[in-house]
Design a protein around this ligand. Structure first.
Ligand SMILES: [Zn+2]
Length: 184
């Protein structure tokens, strides 16, 4: 038996939202896009997600206007968050905060800072140094004190994500032309 893919409550905006981002993996794909992942193969590598599932999730996100799908200069395809997609940031941030509050016994795993002055963001996304409500492109994410590295050799995408970086800044991975064709 397969579950229905719509929720019955037409008057609940949360139910409507979950029809778009409530499937398994979808919010992690969105999170990776905030981290700067843009290519199919990089999402697949970073998430360890079956390619057929990733294809389906990306298709839905493009159909719903959360991502754009465009050819890049190297002849591949890039998926990028739209303004509608970036508008999911406060929800992603709130869910991250919830996880940090209840499931990070050794301290914050992912620290968010205002990149301009290094101030740590509070749970509402304000810089604790200058008080600004920090726009998404000015947020720097970095491993916090509770971050545990796996100790194994990481793929280039995971390494980039685990290095302090601004949100939305594209992760540069090198590809052979054959990979570009296959991943496109
Ligand atoms: Zn600041």
């Amino acid at each position: 038996m397969t579950l229905p893919n719509t929720y019955a409550d037409g008057n609940c905006p949360l139910a409507r939202t979950l029809e778009v981002v409530g499937e398994r993996w979808t919010l992690l794909i969105v999170r990776d896009a905030f981290y700067g992942v843009r290519r199919f193969g990089d999402f697949a590598t970073q998430l360890g997600i079956p390619r057929a599932v990733l294809t389906g999730r990306l298709k839905t996100l493009v159909q719903e206007g959360v991502f754009t799908r465009d050819d890049d200069a190297a002849g591949g395809v890039e998926y990028r968050l739209t303004a509608k997609g970036i508008a999911l940031w406060p929800a992603v941030h709130a869910l991250m905060n919830w996880g940090e509050s209840f499931y990070s016994p050794n301290g914050t795993k992912r620290l968010l800072r205002h990149d301009l002055d290094g101030g740590v963001l509070d749970h509402e996304g304000r810089c604790q140094d200058c008080g600004a409500a920090v726009p998404v492109p000015d947020i720097r994410i970095e491993p916090g004190p509770g971050f545990q590295s796996g100790g194994t050799e990481l793929d280039p995408v995971s390494s980039a994500i685990n290095t302090p970086r601004r949100l939305l800044e594209p992760i540069a991975t090198t590809r052979t032309p054959a990979q570009a064709r296959r991943r496109g």
